[in-house]
Design a protein around this ligand. Structure first.
Ligand code: SAH
Ligand code: SF4
Length: 360
């Protein structure tokens, strides 16, 4: 028997084709999307504006399948973390960060990550597989359905959970499409951010494919240091990365800027000379720098920079005219802060592939 088609995660154009293949009218697409994304329906039986015949047909060939939430943690400061089970072996994590004027959902794009950044708990764990678009979108739907009951909502989505989104392009682009679609989540392009460690060829494609915001995980102002902290830099060095950033900034019709993420590691990348080189590198770029105090995890070799050091670093950037903010760490009592997401990853990369092959 053919596997049923999960309608979750299909962007509008693919859903249109699905209904056209069934000889159904195009307006069915809008109806189904609204049932799934606006009303949280998970069964075709509830969809009373579809004919009985169509409901039965859909039940036979399609599903709206959400994965199982195996754990839900609330931190003291309002952060919520979901642990979601994907098959027997793998778990991913999704985090909601409430702020006064917005609620940001941090979602995962892969089970683990193959890029092995040395300061990142996900990277240290290894890689299992890419998420499908329905597994990416499920995280948003699970959060939205839960938060609705508490009169809260997801206003922003960031791909800053587990994984490198630009190594899972088609599923991530489909998911972004659904996030921006008024028939689904209807978020504005400024409120959806893809964060990448700098997969250069994919950055060019992304610039032309999907009009969302971009964050680049820079973490070092020179190749010597970045090669160690973000090993993918050995393949895509800073000069090439900055060229791709300029391409992104000039693509599209609307004004764009880039968030540059910079994790603050005590004595490693937080010296005044690093701040000065960073200011030089970003001169003339429409950039905003986000300093992230390092979030520790078991067995890490790094320590978080001192507050005074972070302030000095920020001041050097300010004085050079670069907009800079320091991210407040949230949800650390439930291990939900940036770079602490570990889930449960059955690591295939280190056994079957090995880091050097991943990078080559
Ligand atoms: N792979 C993507 C997105 C996931 S990581 C990327 O690297 O951009 C999301 C952000 O968390 C990145 O900026 C990453 O560098 C940062 N991060 C990773 N580990 C961290 C840690 N231990 N403390 C603080 N930030 C961390
Ligand atoms: Fe992967 Fe991002 Fe972690 Fe690097 S920081 S290992 S790219 S998830």
């Amino acid at each position: 028997m053919l596997e049923k088609q999960n309608l979750l995660g299909l962007p509008q154009d693919k859903l249109l084709k699905f209904f056209s293949d069934l000889s159904e009218k195009p307006f069915r697409t809008k109806q189904i999307m609204q049932w799934i994304y606006h009303l949280g329906a998970s069964s075709f039986g509830d969809m009373h504006n579809l004919s009985k015949e169509l409901r039965q047909k859909l039940q036979a060939i399609a599903t709206i399948d959400l994965p199982e939430v195996i754990n839900l943690n609330h931190s003291r400061d309002g952060v919520i973390k979901w642990i979601i089970k994907l098959g027997e072996e793998n778990h991913i994590e999704t985090v909601f960060i409430p702020e006064r004027e917005r609620g940001t959902l941090c979602i995962s794009s892969q089970v683990g990550c193959a890029l092995a950044c040395t300061f990142c708990s996900t990277g240290v764990q290894g890689f299992n597989r890419n998420l499908k678009s329905h597994e990416i979108i499920s995280q948003v739907l699970i959060a939205q359905n839960y938060l609705k009951k508490k009169d809260k909502r997801v206003s922003n989505v960031v791909f800053m959970g587990m994984g490198e989104p630009l190594l899972n392009e088609s599923a991530v682009y489909d998911a972004c499409d659904i996030l921006l679609d008024d028939w689904a989540f209807g978020l504005s392009r400024r409120k959806v951010t893809v964060s990448s460690s700098g997969i250069v060829p994919a950055l060019y494609r992304m610039a032309d494919t999907i009009p969302v915001s971009l964050a680049i995980s820079l973490h070092a102002p020179n190749d010597e240091l970045r090669d160690v902290l973000v090993p993918i830099n050995q393949k895509y060095p800073i000069k090439d990365l900055m060229k791709a950033c300029h391409y992104y900034l000039n693509a599209g019709t609307q004004e764009r800027h880039i968030f540059f993420e910079y994790v603050m590691l005590d004595g490693v990348n937080d010296l005044p000379e690093h701040a000065k080189s960073l200011a030089t590198l970003l001169k003339g770029v429409s950039a905003k720098v986000n300093l992230i105090p390092f979030n520790p995890f078991p067995k890490t070799q790094y320590r978080t920079s001192k507050e005074v050091t972070i302030n000095q670093f920020q001041n050097i950037l300010y004085r050079s005219g670069i907009r800079t903010t320091t991210r407040r760490t949230r949800g650390d009592d439930v291990d939900a802060a940036c770079g602490q997401l570990a889930g449960k990853v059955l690591d295939k990369s280190k056994r079957n592939v090995g880091r050097h092959q991943v990078l080559s």
